[in-house]
Ligand binder design. Structure first.
Ligand code: ADE
Length: 266
């Protein structure tokens, strides 16, 4: 799959493609990423990319024309016609990162990560936003990283690329480790359990802290039961909405329910 990132700050994107476990996905081309410097598609000596908002108000708005030219260049590079007829099927989707989008979730990442996906054109907004006419004409989907405002969409684009890359086969060392992550359906959409490594007793700032003894027991079934309980506990505390979803979807066993009732009175 191929992702084209349209941005005013290519230098923010590129280091992430060369770092960490996900580098394998980008280097191998399993997830191909091309970064497009938006300013190169702007006019004049100043290569202006933004202007004041009509109607007044704070900040600047990104001009539609440089975005449109860059978007067309990306489409041409993908061998696609420079524009899509109104109502035509989406050939390659265009995503704009903005606080007004749907919040990115595991389900959305998993959808983008499917090998059958063509990838997407990712547009990173900056300033107060993007002229709505470009959004109406060219954008298929708005994605947000959460209920807060970033200075631009680059961090969100990198978040999506990283999350998609780590779901590609062979990217994580242990073939199974993505399925052991928080939010993964294999773990019923719960949060991950705590992890421990050496030493067995860490001196700690307020005295010795031991690893939970069950993890040293070698008893696989007990370890799995403890991890399940810890996932339930972490989810009940931090994300009761996810616990309610898992319950509603019938993903909690009788053992889970008994443990939640006994331990948390839920
Ligand atoms: N750009 C500005 N804020 C954002 C957010 N919360 N998510 C994605 N892109 C953004």
């Amino acid at each position: 799959m191929r992702f084209d990132v349209i941005t005013l700050f290519p230098e923010l994107i590129e280091p992430f493609l060369r770092t960490g476990v996900t580098r394998r996905a980008f280097d191998s081309g399993a997830v191909e990423v091309r970064v497009w410097p938006l300013r190169a598609y702007a006019d004049g000596n100043y290569r202006r990319v933004d202007d004041r908002p009509f109607g007044g108000g704070p900040g600047m708005v990104m001009l539609p024309e440089p975005l449109y030219r860059c978007w067309q260049a990306v489409r041409a590079d993908r061998g696609l016609p420079p524009r899509r007829a109104p109502g035509a099927a989406v050939d390659v989707p265009t995503v704009l990162f903005a606080p007004a989008g749907a919040v990115l979730s595991h389900a959305t990442v998993a959808r983008w990560a499917r090998p059958s996906q063509p990838g997407a054109i990712l547009v990173c907004g900056r300033y107060e936003g993007v002229d709505q006419r470009f959004v109406d004409a060219c954008v298929d989907e708005l994605i947000s990283l959460g209920d807060f405002v970033l200075s631009g969409g680059e961090i969100a684009a990198v978040a999506l690329l990283d999350a998609v890359a780590r779901l590609q086969p062979g990217v994580l060392g242990d073939a199974d480790s993505a399925s052991q992550d928080s939010f993964h359906p294999a773990l019923d959409g719960l949060l991950d359990c705590p992890h421990y490594t050496r030493p067995e007793v860490w001196p700690g700032p307020a005295g010795p802290m031991a690893v939970p003894s069950v993890l040293l027991s070698g008893h696989h079934a007990h370890i799995e039961a403890w991890r399940r309980q810890q996932r339930l506990l972490a989810t009940a505390r931090a994300r009761p909405d996810l616990l309610a979803q898992a319950r509603q979807a019938g993903r909690l066993s009788e053992t889970d329910e008994r443990w939640l009732a006994q331990t948390l009175g839920l």
